[in-house]
Design a protein around this ligand. Structure first.
Ligand code: NDP
Length: 285
């Protein structure tokens, strides 16, 4: 069996079109569209290129996208004051802080200054609490992208063994909550699991496997359960270009669905940011 490839560009295009229609409808009804502001610190080339690609997606959907660039030496208080200003600006519906931030900036603290209703990445501590309770539609973008990929297969997650490898606050932990909402049985593996020599047995048991670690080919393809859904979040530079955390060629022969790297989770992640901007806008109407 060779897996069906979950093409992120195709899925992203589909979701973009549906969000574009939603914004058109909102515009007709309320005569305004969502406005989001991305705070960028410094003028790093990579950061600017990524912001440009976000801007293109926003433009397509019909969302106003504004960049607020501040210099690299911006102070913590100055940055938090900027966030507070944007919180109180009724024309701004959503805020995000572009990462990475310089070392002298406490990212978590700045994020917690974002008004919960304008927190586009769902990283504000209050939003995370609401997510635990299933009370918010704004969820962190990468886990949201992963869920869109799984849903796109049409496979019912209820009762399935979902195994997440990687337990970071931006991917593994919030994803665990989203999978629980779908009544999957969730196992979260991390460095302790590997140290205990237990990683392989969990991976072999997964009906749905999500890997977000950042180690090329950490998951050997022959461990994949026959017919599993495999979502590879990892981004690793190698001699063969960018590769994921799963040994793709071998895994593809065992899985039923698999995401490629690049071109899987990534393209949908940016669209999820736009979805959050629309949710934030609707909550503020
Ligand atoms: P982090 O470094 O924050 O987290 C990595 C996780 O992997 C941690 O939970 C860590 O465990 C765990 N881990 C490390 N080594 C092992 C091991 N040998 N066995 C099992 N678990 C291990 O990374 P992120 O979550 O930020 O990102 C993970 C990957 O996903 C990266 O490659 C990143 O580039 C990519 N990424 C891709 C995105 C996309 O949109 N496509 C978005 C975000 C990330 P512990 O904490 O216990 O050490």
């Amino acid at each position: 069996m060779s897996a069906q490839v979950l093409d992120g560009k195709i899925l992203a295009a589909k979701i973009k079109d549906s969000l574009r229609s939603e914004v058109e409808k909102l515009k007709k009804e309320f005569n305004k569209v969502p406005t989001m502001v991305n705070i960028v610190i410094g003028d790093d080339h990579g950061t600017c290129a990524y912001a440009k690609s976000q801007e293109k997606v926003a433009e397509y959907i019909g969302i106003n996208y504004e960049l607020k660039t501040v210099t690299e030496d911006v102070g913590q208080e100055q940055l938090e004051a900027l966030v507070r200003d944007l919180n109180s600006d009724a024309d701004v519906n959503g805020i995000l802080i572009h990462k990475p931030v310089p070392e002298h900036i406490d990212y978590g603290s700045v994020a917690n200054h974002i008004d919960i209703i304008k927190d586009l990445e769902g990283i504000n501590i209050a939003n995370i609490g609401k997510m635990v309770l299933g009370e918010t539609k704004i969820v962190p973008c990468t886990p949201a992208s992963i869920m869109e990929h799984i849903k796109s297969t049409g496979v019912n997650m209820r009762g399935k063994e979902a195994v997440i490898v990687g337990s970071s606050s931006i991917v593994g932990k919030p994803l665990c909550l989203l999978l629980l909402r779908e009544f999957a049985t969730v196992t979260v593996c991390h460095i302790g699991t590997s140290e205990a020599g237990k990683l392989e047995e969990h991976v072999k048991n997964a009906d749905i496997l999500i890997v977000a670690v950042g180690i090329a080919s950490l998951i050997k393809g022959d461990l994949i359960k026959e017919g599993a859904i495999v979502i590879d979040v990892g981004i690793n530079r190698s001699d063969n270009g960018i590769v994921g955390d799963v040994e793709y060629a071998v895994a593809k022969e065992k899985a039923s669905y698999i995401t490629p790297v690049p071109g899987g989770v990534g393209p949908v992640t940016v669209v999820m940011l736009m979805k959050n901007a629309i949710e934030a806008f609707k909550a503020q109407l």
